[in-house]
Design a protein. Structure first.
Length: 101
């Protein structure tokens, strides 16, 4: 199961009738899918669909949505990927329940 625009907007706490960032969010979902697949070598297709995989995607989308700037004048304003996402990526990569990408 892939994360949908509706699910991502719900995770981001964006009302469904606010559509100005839909294209950006859809692009972030695609990028998060690609990132997880390339980082772990695993996918979330078919019978092996996992809510942990989807959560990892949603967390990446939220992180990238909230940290869209390449540069910030405030020190520490642009953060590395959160530890929780890194932990999920390690789990996905090492767990045999996820099919190879």
């Amino acid at each position: 199961m892939a994360v949908t625009l509706s699910q991502a907007k719900n995770y981001l706490k964006i009302d469904s009738d606010i559509t100005e960032d839909d294209e950006l969010i859809t692009g972030l979902i695609d990028a998060a899918n690609d990132y997880v697949k390339r980082t772990t070598g695993k996918t979330n297709n078919g019978d092996n669909s996992s809510s942990l995989y989807d959560l990892c995607l949603e967390m990446l989308v939220a992180h990238w949505f909230e940290n869209r700037a390449v540069y910030s004048a405030k020190p520490g304003a642009i953060n590395d990927i959160p530890h929780t996402v890194t932990a999920l990526l390690i789990h996905i990569a090492q767990c045999s329940d996820y099919p190879e990408g």
